[in-house]
Design a protein around this ligand. Structure first.
Ligand code: MTE
Ligand code: MOS
Length: 758
């Protein structure tokens, strides 16, 4: 069976041979090049935009502002507070004010220098604290808060009164830039009939379609969006490509020529979304044995200048605020705060890496003060089947968290290593740390209306199969795993399944490809489609085998054959059945499978509910050395044990773990966005440092499979999980090595030296 095997990725050859076509590799005759004119002020009134000199540059075809928009100057997202092109004010460094279209890329670059914008500066809000204190000139509403949520359950006062130990800390977490290999890119092609086709790098083609239609004032049916090969997204291509596509589309519409808009790294880093910086006040009450009695959290995200995805990012963080623990006394309040900085959005983990950094540090501080091993204090508090999550959701199946902890501590000999002290005279001090985390799969109750997905499946005369799904490939291996699912469901070789790039005119609106929902949603839709087609084949079997009452459950599709389960003498090659179905029975062997996600709920009054239909789980162990004279870290080894339900392709699971761990390491250790008076200073890869292969430790993946009954072949989504628990495991290991409380990341040498010398 294809599922469960590490078959070669569908896109492997194209990618390793360099033949894959990314957006910037596409070309149409007469194609023009677009360029963004961005604000270089964090907060200002736009007094005038002077374009006359720029127009004189030979080869400039158009310069567009908000006045040129045929539709609405707003993108359809959660709130529609963000002007697509700035009007009378700019609210962050990078806010797009105008668009230049030229015959060549360098001409557009040159013209940009001749654009003159007159500003009147306003005082900017540059931090969460500023945003909370500034009630006089709020950027949003009357309190400068885009959105807030609560979880209020049980008797928190009582829990804290009866506590043996209260651990109280304030945590700060940084921005993180997605640093996808391929920058944001879109190509818009104006169709002769007045519609438009957009090719590009994206996670969410249906969002892009909706945005382009809104800006151009076109019906959805006149906008067709086709995903080009996408060089990484990590959440950074959830909502941002809607902007890029609509800019390209507006330029194409106005010039009646194809337009490529492909950002430079500097433009991309200044303009595009990032992981939200977090500020978290966290108090946890413990009894003498280390059981958690109650939790009080105040969780703030720096949302930036516009709401974009902050409401949903904040919601996920809120739901995960307590961690994978059994806690019934909870007081969580969460806020997305408006500032004059780049609007933050989705990034692998979606609001949870911030908050889980806090709860996992809390656990280690408690363990230290109570004299309990960090593994043991988690073990006694972790949720299991029959327990309730912090939102009161009864867990009925597929809870592998304890198994991941067990496997990870055995594999690393955690208990012994933790008890071994470093040699005091040594400049390099050894540390080991762990974290246990959970992650709600899919959009959950916060995104219910989008919790559906479609898949087109067609069986051809030769028995080969074409599929097109509503979710996108961004490097995570989606094309491969859904092809494996189709192959296994039909009992045919993986090589017989071909998957095409997503095209909004071919599959129904399947919502976004985010929240680790790809395999689960598209996989289930493919299974539904395959079953429907197999059902249509029943008359063929009835005729071949001369049995009237054959039903689908009586058949076994395996290894290119179909067997009749209750009579082993009856079997027939799949291809023979298909030929007969199409040529003799004239059966339509193409269909669209449609899947709706299982039930979820959430009370916005008290935070109770079945927030997600299921959860994935992980334990990470990090082993490292700290140089107490220089603040340097040497990361020795990361062990990542994940419960994924079922590994459809174990090698791809390991790949996700390798990449995600490294991204998590960057977040913990090196990556830092710096601003000076609201102007981003770290706008390229020489100033924004990410880990390279030279910084990569041994990463050991351990896969745990506790199947989820509603998952395709038992699988749950897990694509974001590998990143999430790394930062607290690193911080816990550092804290173990140097015996200091760590409340802030990234642990750059400078920051670490400050902590050591404190
Ligand atoms: N892996 C690669 N190689 N490239 C990516 O862009 N994005 C991550 C994760 N793994 C990403 C990745 C994020 S943010 C998500 S939500 C999931 O993949 C999405 O894919 P899935 O739903 O198919 O797991
Ligand atoms: Mo992933 S942050 O949900 O795209």
């Amino acid at each position: 069976m294809s599922v469960g095997n590490s078959v070669i990725r569908k896109d492997a050859y194209a990618k390793v041979t360099g033949r894959e076509k990314f957006t910037s590799d596409l070309y149409f005759p007469g194609m023009l090049y677009g360029k963004l004119v961005m604000s270089d002020r964090p907060h200002a009134i736009v007094k005038g935009i002077y374009t006359k000199n720029a127009f004189k540059v030979k080869g400039v075809r158009a310069i567009l502002t908000h006045r040129d928009i045929p539709g609405k100057n707003r993108l359809p997202l959660i709130f529609d507070d963000m002007p697509f092109l700035a009007e009378d004010t700019v609210r962050y460094h990078g806010h797009v004010i105008a668009l230049i279209v030229a015959e060549k890329r360098h001409i557009a670059d040159l013209a940009l220098r001749y654009i003159d914008i007159k500003y009147e500066d306003l005082s900017p809000i540059l931090s969460i604290e500023d945003g909370l204190n500034n009630k006089e000139n709020p950027l949003f509403g009357d309190d400068n808060i885009f959105k807030s949520y609560v979880i209020k359950r049980g008797d928190v006062e009582g829990a804290f009164k009866g506590a043996h130990l209260v651990v109280k800390n304030t945590y700060k977490t940084p921005y993180q830039e997605h640093t996808y290999l391929e920058n944001q890119s879109m190509l818009a092609y104006p169709e002769p009939d007045g519609g438009i086709t957009v090719y590009g790098s994206m996670q969410c083609p249906f969002y892009v379609r909706d945005a382009v239609a809104a800006i151009l004032g076109l019906p959805l049916s006149r906008v067709r969006v086709i995903q080009a090969a996408t060089g990484g997204g990590f959440g950074g291509k959830e909502d941002v490509p809607s902007l890029i596509a609509a800019y390209a589309a507006l330029m194409a519409f106005k010039t009646s020529r194809p337009v490529l808009l492909s950002l430079s790294r500097e433009e991309d880093m200044v303009f595009s979304s990032k992981r939200h910086p977090g500020l978290i006040h966290y108090e946890t009450a413990f009894d003498r044995s280390g059981f958690i009695l109650g939790v009080r959290v105040r969780y703030y995200l720096n949302a930036g200048a516009y709401a974009t995805l902050s409401p949903v990012v904040l919601w996920r963080g809120t739901v995960h605020a307590v961690g994978p623990y059994r806690v019934s006394n909870i007081d969580v309040e969460a806020f997305a705060v408006a500032t004059n900085l780049v609007p933050c959005g989705a990034y692998r983990g979606f609001g949870t890496p911030q908050i889980l950094f806090a709860h996992e540090r809390q656990m280690d501080e408690a363990a230290k003060r109570l004299g309990i091993n960090p593994a043991r204090i988690r073990e006694i508090n972790l949720i299991d089947i029959g327990d309730k999550t912090p939102t009161g959701q009864l867990l009925k199946e597929s809870v592998g968290i304890k198994e991941t902890l067990k496997r990870a501590i055995e594999d690393t000999d955690f208990i012994n290593k933790y008890n071994e002290a470093s040699d005091d005279d040594n400049e390099w001090q050894k540390g080991i740390g762990l974290s246990t985390v959970f992650y709600g799969v899919g959009l959950g109750a916060g995104g219910k209306h989008l919790a559906r997905s479609g898949a087109f499946v067609q069986i051809n005369l030769d028995g080969s199969v074409e599929i097109a799904v509503g979710q996108t490939e961004m490097g995570q291996g989606l094309k491969t795993v859904v092809s494996q699912i189709a192959a296994s469901e039909l009992g045919i070789p993986y090589s017989m399944v071909n998957i095409v790039d997503i095209d909004t005119s071919r599959v129904p609106d399947s919502g976004p490809t985010v929240a680790s929902r790809g395999t689960f949603m598209a996989g289930n839709a493919v299974i539904i489609a395959c079953r429907e087609l197999k059902e249509r084949l029943l008359p063929v079997f009835r005729k071949i085998w001369k049995r009237e009452n054959i039903i689908l459950d009586g058949l076994l599709f395996k290894d290119g054959m179909v067997h009749y389960k209750s009579d082993s003498s009856l079997s027939v090659p799949f291809n023979t059945v298909i030929k007969s179905a199409i040529l003799e029975h004239k059966i339509n062997l193409s269909t669209i499978g449609w899947y709706r996600a299982p039930f979820t709920s959430f009370s916005y009054e008290n935070g109770e509910g079945d927030a997600y239909f299921t959860y994935s789980y992980a334990t990470n162990v990090v082993e490292l050395m700290v140089n107490i004279n220089t603040g340097e870290l040497k990361i020795k080894k990361i062990t990542a044990c994940l419960d994924v339900g079922k590994a459809i392709n174990p090698q791809q699971v390991e790949g996700q773990i390798q990449g995600g761990s490294l991204q998590g390491l960057g977040y913990s250790w090196l990556e830092e966005i710096k601003h000076k008076d609201g102007i981003m200073q770290t706008n390229n890869l020489s100033t924004y440092i990410i880990p390279t292969t030279l910084d990569t430790p041994t990463i050991k993946p351990i896969i745990v499979e506790v199947p989820y009954s509603k998952g395709p072949f038992g699988s749950k989504g897990f694509g974001e999980l590998p990143l999430m628990g790394i930062a607290p495991a690193v911080a816990n290991a550092v804290s173990h090595a140097i015996d200091r409380n760590i409340t802030e990341i990234p642990l750059t040498p400078e920051r670490l030296l400050d902590i050591i010398n404190r």
